[in-house]
Design a protein around this ligand. Structure first.
Ligand SMILES: O=P(O)(O)OC[C@H]1O[C@H](OP(=O)(O)OP(=O)(O)O)[C@H](O)[C@@H]1O
Ligand SMILES: O=c1cc[nH]c(=O)[nH]1
Ligand SMILES: [Mg+2]
Length: 225
């Protein structure tokens, strides 16, 4: 298994995840390669979630030659993926390769960067649109956002996901790059969430950007500035 427990979160330590993240970090990586990298990273994280968080069961199988026992992943039909617009869109595309039958939710949440951070270090978050499927106790819910910086966005999104929903089998907040401060904030606000990330970086800069990070994921994927 390539998911390791750290104090702040669980790390996806698969070598290909680290390799893909290195490419995403590079300032040389242009839009198309950046977007494809996020798709690839989503797929790898999806496989790692299956390997590290889901169970298998034995099933009787008939091959063209003989009866045998095979293994099957339990619960693949009970997966909900929440896409935090906008940077998560290519990341979710990759996750869907691992969970093709997932039910999907969409939340448009963005930081009000002009307003700046409040005295607690949080950005005001504008939520424009929320459409979530019904969540049940059997579900593995994956809230996907490649960047967890101050944690303001993830905290707010988790509020929407958990309100009026029963506690699902797994509630996973999945990011590519996280800052320690944001992970602590989200863990405090939503202790029932399992925080999974590929990298925990050093710090936030004065604008609330992760350092070294990879810059603005939404802008790099969508070629905006
Ligand atoms: O942890 P936080 O401090 O909340 O920062 C992380 C959020 O910031 C980015 O979104 P942004 O608001 O830039 O929107 P975008 O995806 O539309 O670019 C990113 O995709 C996260 O959602
Ligand atoms: O470093 C950061 C912080 C927030 N959003 C990003 O895309 N990057
Ligand atoms: Mg952005």
């Amino acid at each position: 298994m390539t998911i390791e427990n750290r104090d702040e979160a669980y790390l996806v330590t698969h070598a290909l995840a680290k390799d893909t993240l290195s490419k995403l970090r590079s300032v040389e990586t242009e839009q198309v390669a950046f977007r494809k990298g996020l798709v690839k990273l989503g797929r790898i994280c999806g496989y790692e979630i299956i390997d590290g968080r889901m169970e298998t069961e034995y099933v009787q199988i008939e091959t063209p030659l003989a009866d045998t026992m095979g293994e099957r992943v339990k619960g693949l039909d009970d997966v909900v993926i929440v896409n935090v617009l906008r940077a998560a869109t290519p990341f979710v595309e990759g996750l869907l390769k691992a969970f093709p039958r997932a039910r999907q939710g969409v939340i448009s949440a963005s930081r009000d960067e002009e307003a700046g951070r409040n005295e607690d270090g949080e950005f005001p978050i504008t939520v424009d649109y929320v459409k979530l499927p019904e969540i049940t106790e059997e579900d593995t819910v994956i809230v996907a956002d490649p960047m967890l910086a101050t944690g303001s966005t993830m905290g707010r999104v988790l509020e929407h996901v958990t309100e009026n929903a029963p506690e699902p089998e797994h509630l996973i907040a999945l990011s590519a790059v996280s800052a320690p401060e944001g992970l602590v904030r989200v863990a405090d606000q939503c202790p029932e969430a399992d925080l999974l990330t590929v990298a925990i970086d050093d710090e936030l800069d004065e604008n609330g950007f992760i350092v070294p990070g990879l810059g603005d994921a939404g802008d790099r994927a969508f070629r905006t500035t």
